[in-house]
Design a protein around this ligand. Structure first.
Ligand code: SF4
Length: 143
């Protein structure tokens, strides 16, 4: 699983400060794609070691993380995503996924706190547009 960028974001998950990774190799070919560079097989391989290094970049002077949620922008097609989601939970972070799919596998869903579902439709606009077809869900696990 490769990523192109990582950054702290405030709006994508409205109640969270999130560390967001843009995952490449997007298999979808949405007409009017808003981020076409994510369709390429490019970027850097995201390993657990690399992930830890990036997390350490976003800490305060007293060592506390500046974010509480890790957001993957894509990546549901990669087996490793589940491993990363589990690892995030072990580290005490919430997890979120933005996918253009209309559903995700249970193995992914059960490790998520938030998920944005729905293909990108240029005519309807992205999440945040009143006409959008995409929906952001908060996931509650009873057990
Ligand atoms: S899912 Fe997103 S990145 Fe992938 S093709 Fe569609 S708009 Fe582009």
């Amino acid at each position: 699983m490769k990523y192109l960028t990582e950054q702290i974001v405030f709006q994508e998950i409205p109640t969270e400060i999130s560390l967001a990774f843009e995952i490449t190799n997007c298999p979808r070919r949405c007409p009017g794609c808003h981020t076409p560079e994510l369709q390429c097989d490019c970027g850097e391989v995201l390993t657990i070691q690399k992930f830890d290094q990036i997390c350490e970049k976003y800490t305060s002077y007293d060592g506390k993380y500046l974010f509480g949620c890790v957001l993957f922008l894509g990546g549901e097609q990669h087996q490793e995503l589940t491993d990363f989601l589990e690892y995030c939970h072990k580290k005490g972070f919430k997890t979120a996924l933005y996918t253009g799919a209309n559903s995700v596998d249970l193995s992914v869903l059960k490790n998520l706190d938030y998920v944005k579902l729905g293909e990108y439709n240029e005519a309807l606009g992205a999440l945040g547009q009143p006409t959008t077809n995409q929906v952001l869900f908060q996931v509650y696990r009873i057990k």
